[in-house]
Design a protein around this ligand. Structure first.
Ligand code: AMP
Ligand code: ZN
Length: 494
């Protein structure tokens, strides 16, 4: 089976075929950098990361672009409130976004920034005006003329036919030709940050940014455009209207939307006290890998209900996978192979691919790997795994991890970074005991620990148990637990 994806435009699951040969050009709407990202944002970004990784695993060469919205009303307001420039203000949160993405192993797309593409946006508006698709209002703002795009509503399936120009809303009050016309370019209000441009001073509207930057990077028609489901209307609908009316071509082929995340069954909101940034969860002592695993455990079109119980279960799942890999790498196996394990590894890879080909059914892919772990663990205990079974089993795990990215244990080092950040924002009081312990063990990288384990192994081989015990105690002091078993030496962070 080839990859099939739900396309919001057709409301159907379709076979995914790139427009050009083997190359996939995809664009995801990125963050508006005015605050730390919350887990809802990262639910969407992880979903897109998974899609990106899977496209690559499927053999495509992928050009993946994401915008950083570094100018909008909130940014301008908050920067003024803090008495800093827009650039200073957004730089902080852009860095935070990049760090948070790395925390949960989101691969870095090519970033494009709104403020670095102002002349191109002004030019785009001029072209729309030339074609009478946009108009200028008295204050120097520009609006898109929706009446000129009869297909308006085709993505969100909203019916605008009954609406007449200027209907329902007092046109004068809004200074628009039509109630639905949207701002392409906003003239500055007194004291507001603005940019000079060929169409006058002001700043780009959010919809304009994405149209201009995506087409600039990927061409007038590209393969896939992604975001959270809240972006379908009006953001993506407006992007389509302005892009397609200008070029006369289809803008994006596939529209990919991740469903909103709930927290403990409710919409996340600051007033309900169920609003969490990624860093809030790490401060509470949760591992980045557990967070990533939980965010991937529900297919992107299903509602993900984030709960702390779920987060604990995710941690257990990741631990099981890591322990299994350790068993395989540290174990001593008799020579030869078994047809059962060879078949199990091959079937698991096939099942994972089939699940992901089916509109990225991550839950099924995870079920497939756990079935392999269950059967292989049982075989392990009865000597049913031979030396040559190990590589295919490990290869299946790697295939899984190319997408899910939770197997490498770098949680403690990452948690240490959040631990170090907390006092810089007055969050010391929110540091949990668990985070404190993890940060301590995070002082040693995996490579440092492996070196000490190797030294322990040679000490034991030379029957120098005193030296081995000293190394073990040294590791224990920074929260690394070392277990000596008949299969070899294993370690884990507390
Ligand atoms: P923003 O920074 O608000 O523009 O949002 C960045 C991305 O996060 C967009 O793709 C939104 O659709 C998405 N998003 C915001 N809230 C949630 C949520 N609760 N669940 C899933 N995605 C969300
Ligand atoms: Zn966008």
């Amino acid at each position: 089976m080839a990859l099939h994806l739900f396309n919001t435009m057709s409301s159907r699951i379709e076979e995914f075929q790139p427009l050009r040969d083997n190359e996939v050009r995809m664009y995801a709407c990125g963050p508006t950098v005015y605050d730390y990202g919350h887990i809802g944002n990262f639910r969407t970004f992880v979903a897109v990361d998974l899609l990106y990784r899977y496209l690559r695993q499927s053999g495509y060469s992928v050009r993946y672009v994401m915008n950083i919205t570094d100018v909008d009303d909130k940014i301008i307001r908050n920067a003024a409130r803090d008495g800093v420039s827009v650039r200073q203000f957004t730089a902080k949160y852009e860095t935070a976004f990049v760090e948070d993405s790395a925390l949960i192993n989101i691969e870095t797309p090519k970033f494009v920034r709104a403020t670095e593409n102002i002349p191109q946006m002004a030019e785009f508006v001029s072209r729309l005006v030339e074609k009478n698709l946009a108009y200028r209002t008295e204050d120097g703002s520009y609006y898109f003329r929706i009446a000129k795009f009869p297909e308006y509503g085709k993505l969100s399936k909203k019916d605008f036919k009954g609406m007449q120009d200027g209907a329902r809303v007092d046109v004068d009050e809004y200074e628009k030709d039509s109630a639905r016309d949207f701002a392409l370019w906003k003239a500055p209000k007194p004291g507001e940050a603005s940019w000079d441009s060929a169409i006058g001073p002001g700043r780009p509207g959010w919809h304009l940014e994405c149209s201009v930057m995506s087409m600039q990077e990927l061409g007038e028609s590209f393969d896939l455009h992604a975001g959270g489901e809240d972006l379908i209307f009006p953001h993506h609908e407006n992007e389509i209207a302005q892009s397609e009316s200008l070029t006369g071509k289809m803008f994006a082929h596939f529209w990919f939307h991740a469903r909103f995340l709930l927290v403990e069954g409710e919409k996340m909101s600051k007033s309900l006290g169920n609003f969490f940034t990624l860093r809030d969860l790490v401060l509470k002592g949760h591992k980045p890998s557990s967070i990533r695993y939980l965010l991937t455990s529900v297919p992107y079109r299903n509602q993900l209900n984030f709960t702390f119980d779920g987060l604990k279960q995710a941690a257990v799942s990741v631990e099981r996978l890591r322990n299994f890999r350790l068993r395989l790498t540290a174990g001593n196996f008799a020579g030869g192979s078994t047809s059962a394990m060879q078949a199990l590894a091959a079937e698991t890879v096939t099942r994972m691919r089939a699940a992901l080909d089916d509109d990225l059914n991550t839950a099924q892919a995870q079920a497939a790997i756990f079935e392999m772990v269950r059967q292989a663990n049982a075989a392990f205990d009865s000597g049913g795994i031979k030396k040559d079974d190990v590589p295919p089993l490990l290869a299946a795990l790697s295939k899984f991890d190319e997408i899910f990215a939770v197997l490498d244990d770098d949680d403690a080092a990452k948690m240490k970074r959040v631990f170090d950040w907390a006092p810089t924002e007055g969050r010391d009081k929110d540091i949990s005991e668990v985070l404190r312990d993890a940060a301590q063990s995070g002082q040693l990288s995996d490579a440092d620990i492996e070196k000490k384990i190797a030294a322990m192994k040679s000490a034991r081989a030379a029957r120098d148990f005193k030296a081995s015990d000293a190394l073990r105690a040294e590791l224990a002091a920074v929260g690394i637990l070392v277990e000596i078993t008949k299969d070899g030496i294993r370690w884990r962070r507390k």
